[in-house]
Design a protein around this ligand. Structure first.
Ligand SMILES: Cc1ncc(COP(=O)(O)O)c(C=O)c1O
Length: 443
């Protein structure tokens, strides 16, 4: 009997015993290809020797020093490293221990920015339906996944939600992608006007939608219009790149491909690649300056901010990515993955969409390709696919509720940046078999 409160109480989890490269091995010796990096975390796979060496060296020097007493060399180095490669206008980094903490800190920074500026009446956040920003109360409030929010709704701050950019589901047949993006931008602007522009703090969005929508891409021009609208109304833009950032889509930051920069950006997952828990907020200079000129501090903090071991892991991960030109591999293997997914599923009766960018890709399952009707949620198709994939030694990240929190199923893939073409081929083959086996039980 286990004393651990596992994610699903009735489920019997295999015991992860070791990891190396793209594989995790369980206690019985069975190997699983980590084709989802857990939840888009393990960008260098498992057991990377250079990251382990950097962590060991840091442990030998110093494991922990509270940030109200000290800074550390490794935190300063990581800060310099991240700012050297940050989007335009970002000047500082605030370290935390994961994605939800990064979002919480970003929300509070955005609010404090306006308080420092003498605009304390600003209190609204606008975010998007079907988004995922984490499970702590602030992050859950800005998140737009109905199923995750529902039972906690009475505890959540008021957040207004607008439509996500979800081309497969929501672009009308008579609309071009640009017109669709413009329609979404107008919806955002109308929401700002209804609330009163001088009451809005920020618009919060994942640059590429991840866990709860399945690698949904912004249409061309959408984020440029979002940026214009935020600027026009003096509202901050908070991008959540916890999943899609740090190289996952082929550029260090996903927003580079949209040709915009945020005021605040949450990063985590691929920052430390799973070697240690770490996240961060990348902070725009005008926000930093307002704190500096104003109260002189950000009113927040956690015990493990800037943990030296986590910083050492993240610094090593980022250096390996650059040294080994792994973003080129993300682009090359991403293109290969797209090709292979389209070959395997392009004509599949129950795959409606193959989408994504770099090594963040997904397929969306449908009962009927023409009407895009999803499977009945009672089948829990996503859970069956996960089970069949695990049986075949494959870790993927399927999720239900893709459309509205209740209906729809997708499978997210986020292989490590070190994956080779033959790994991608094996992943797609095993996934195809797992999906067909799962469908045999429901279709
Ligand atoms: C876009 C996004 N934001 C925030 C989070 C929350 O991160 P964490 O689970 O590290 O708290 C996630 C996790 O999946 C995420 O995908």
């Amino acid at each position: 009997m286990t004393r651990v409160l596992h994610r699903s109480i009735a489920h019997d989890y295999p015991v992860a015993a070791s990891g190396s490269g793209i594989h995790i091995r369980d206690a019985n010796g069975k190997a699983y290809i980590d084709a989802s990096g857990g939840a888009a975390v393990s960008c260098l796979g498992h057991g990377h020797p250079d990251v382990l060496a950097a962590m060991h060296a840091q442990l030998d020097r110093l494991a922990y020093a509270h940030t109200s007493f000290f800074t550390t060399e490794v935190a300063e180095e990581l800060g310099n490293d991240l700012i050297a490669h940050a989007p335009a206008g970002i000047s500082h980094v605030y370290f935390v221990s994961g994605g939800s903490e990064a979002i919480e800190a970003a929300l509070k920074m955005a609010r404090q920015f306006f308080v420092e500026k003498g605009e304390p009446q600003r209190r609204h956040f606008i975010a998007r339906r079907q988004s995922y920003h984490g499970n702590t109360l602030g992050a859950l409030a800005v998140g737009g996944n109905e199923w995750r929010r529902k039972q906690f709704a009475p505890l959540l701050i008021d957040v207004e939600h607008v439509s996500p950019c979800f081309e497969y589901r929501d672009r009308q047949p008579n609309e071009t992608a640009r017109q669709y993006g413009e329609r979404l931008a107008q919806e955002l602007e109308a929401k700002i006007e209804t609330l009163g522009p001088d009451t809005v703090i920020a618009f919060v969005a994942e640059t590429v939608g991840g866990a709860t929508s399945g690698a949904i891409l912004p249409v061309e021009g959408y984020f440029k219009r979002v940026r214009e609208i935020c600027d026009g109304h003096g509202i901050l833009l908070i991008l959540d790149e916890v999943m899609c950032g740090m190289g996952r889509t082929g550029t260090l930051h996903a927003c580079e491909q949209e040709d915009i920069a945020p005021d605040l950006m949450a990063i985590a997952k691929g920052l430390g690649g799973g070697f240690a828990p770490i996240g961060a907020v990348l902070v725009g200079e005008r926000i930093f300056k307002s704190f500096e000129r104003g109260t002189g501090f950000f009113q927040h903090g956690h015990t493990y901010l800037g943990h030296p071991l986590a910083c050492a892991a993240a610094l090593a991960v980022q250096r390996v990515i650059r040294r080994d030109n792994l973003l080129d591999n993300v682009k090359a293997q991403g293109a290969h993955l797209t090709r292979r997914l389209n070959e395997r599923f392009g004509n599949h009766h129950h795959v409606g969409d193959v989408r994504g960018r770099g090594l963040l890709q997904a397929i969306e399952l449908v009962a009927d390709r023409t009407s895009k009707e999803p499977f009945d949620p009672k089948h829990k198709l996503h859970a069956r696919i996960k089970q069949e994939a695990m049986r075949r030694g494959l870790m993927v990240y399927p999720m239900g509720g893709t459309i509205d929190g209740a209906r729809g199923d997708h499978v997210l893939l986020a292989p490590p940046f070190i994956a080779e073409a033959r790994d991608i081929d094996t992943i797609v083959d095993r996934l195809g078999d797992a999906i067909d086996a799962a469908l045999a039980a429901v279709a």
